[in-house]
Design a protein around this ligand. Sequence first.
Ligand code: ZN
Length: 403
Amino acid sequence: MSSLVAPVHKVIPGTGFVVDGFRHSQPAATAYFLTHGHSDHYAGITANWCAGPIYCSHITARLILHLLGVQPQYVHGLDLHKPYVIHGTEVTLVEANHCPGAVQLLFRLADGRKFIHCGDMRFEPALLQDPHLAAFRGATAIFLDTTYCLNAKYTFPPQVHAASNTFSPDGAVCHQQLFLISTYVIGKEKILFAVHRSTGLRLYVDETKWGVLSCLGYGAQLMRDTFTTDPAASPIHVTGWGFLGDTWPYFRPNFTNMEAVRQQYGAQRVVGFCPTGWLHEVRKTLRESGSFPVRHKGGRLQVHLVPYSEHSSFPELQEYVKWVKPHKVIPTVNVEGAEGERKLRSMLKVFGALVDQTAGKAALLAGMVLKRQGTAGGRVSEGYGKSKVEVMELEDLEEQDSD
Ligand SMILES: [Zn+2]
């Protein structure tokens, strides 16, 4: 068994691999994997990182070099859809439909076990066309992005629908108005490109945002066609997340920021767009009126909340797990903190009917037989011995269920 001390949802059984776990020293780790460049996943990586090699997509590699100043010898960018052998385990990166550079990790161990680590993922049916992913149907376990697992009401319109409708509530762009779109450091770029396509206008980003966007592999021409660093060149400005207001636990618009910008640029009106999948009021307004919620102040300031998510909704998670039919689901979100154990039990119940329980029980049974043989006189062959290790680890995983 591995002596890694990271949480179970960050460790790939039978390997020394840690996924999205950089906060704690892991002397037994042989390699670290980063699924994507969001701070809650790379937390712990600093310019002084020296704990071991970090494997990720090329885009994520460029991002952490740019944002965190990690020493390049520790960062290994990998191609998508190409199997690599790392410490005897085959590793393949496939698309996660989350932010740019986000991947799901496919681990195929020498003993035949297969693990999928989703990182953060927004399911869409097109993902299932990937032959590498299809080869992992019936996986030993799937480490699943369960951000929206516990509430069946979390459903979002498809991303393309949300992105293409971002400007529709307000009609045509007018130069006497200033439009603000808030985004994370990375993520939700599809909305920016959709706005550019629908308006034909470039979007203003500051130098910092330009630097980050330049890491994402769009190419110099597309960057110049879509974005500008001259605020006077566009009525559409990209702002940081939180500039238009706080979003958690409910949306509170920041009209002070918006009024300051209105005066700075001499606009008659400022219209903000906040793309989020988190908010109760977004779901409620959409359900009741079929439109996005809008907050106003004095006719000069308004904010539209756009239901756009880069995580899977609950029905999407169910569809994905049903398709993979793994032996086990290992939730990776909402499992830590005081409420973690209770939520974990609830989530495992949710997926209980979708996993291949037959395979898990067969392995468990085989393990019990092997154990009896082992204690009855040490007659377990070397080959069976390898299987025994596998089953013992499966049993350890099973114990997590009964906590
Ligand atoms: Zn993320």
